[in-house]
Ligand binder design. Structure first.
Ligand SMILES: C[S@@+](CC[C@H](N)C(=O)[O-])C[C@H]1O[C@@H](n2cnc3c(N)ncnc32)[C@H](O)[C@@H]1O
Length: 192
């Protein structure tokens, strides 16, 4: 199972804050592009992927959304924002992880807690950064990739990750969604 974490300090955490202008919802437009890059290839969907979205924007932060490949997941490239909106509307602070529609879950959980749990599971958590070591020098078995939003990955969160390796996909600073396409391609080429 390929696993990605997209962290956004600004992505909104209430369904009613997602309106027509996705840029004004804490750059929910970027979140939609990330989801499309994680799950879709031409004329098909990938069947072995898990995406963690961690939203730290107003008013109900933090929210941890999990989207996991599932043939019954009600996802269409044309209405990714609608799916996110639905999950945020159904979120509750007091309950744990809830499956809202097939393959789509939500809970109140911080970035730090999500990463600690993955680390405990034995996953190799890697931070994507232009200043990291070349991805081609890394063994990608059991890797989980953390990708930042348009403002980059916050320094205070990076301090928490100091024991975690940083990896680069190349010399240019790319969009989060482009980084995901490259990561998929690197793993596809290794037949992992
Ligand atoms: C649009 S970029 C962030 C740009 C932001 N201004 C900065 O300089 O960090 C979004 C995320 O993609 C990842 N990223 C972008 N280019 C990368 C590269 N060449 N190698 C690895 N990760 C990259 C990083 O995780 C980054 O936080």
């Amino acid at each position: 199972m390929r696993e990605f974490i997209y962290y956004s300090k600004s992505a909104v955490t209430a369904g009613n804050m997602i309106k027509d202008n996705l840029m004004r919802a804490g750059r929910m437009d970027i979140v939609c592009n990330v989801i499309i890059s994680v799950f879709f290839v031409s004329n098909a969907m990938r069947d072995d992927v898990k995406l963690h979205l961690i939203f730290d924007g107003p008013p109900n932060a933090p929210r941890h959304l999990i989207l996991e490949s599932n043939k019954d997941m009600p996802i269409s490239k044309k209405n990714v924002a609608g799916l996110i909106k639905k999950l945020l509307y159904k979120a509750k602070d007091e309950e744990g992880l809830r499956e809202i529609v097939p393959g789509c879950f939500i809970e109140k959980k911080s970035f730090e807690k999500v990463v600690k749990e993955l680390d405990k599971e034995g996953k190799d958590v890697l931070l994507l950064s232009g200043r990291g070591v070349d991805i081609r020098e890394k063994d990608l078995h059991d890797a989980v990739f953390i990708i930042g939003d348009h403002e980059g990955f916050p320094k205070d969160k990076a301090k928490f990750l100091k024991r975690i390796d940083s990896v680069s996909v190349g010399p240019k600073t790319l969009f989060a969604s482009q980084v995901i396409t490259i990561l998929h391609n690197e793993i596809d080429r290794q037949h992992l």
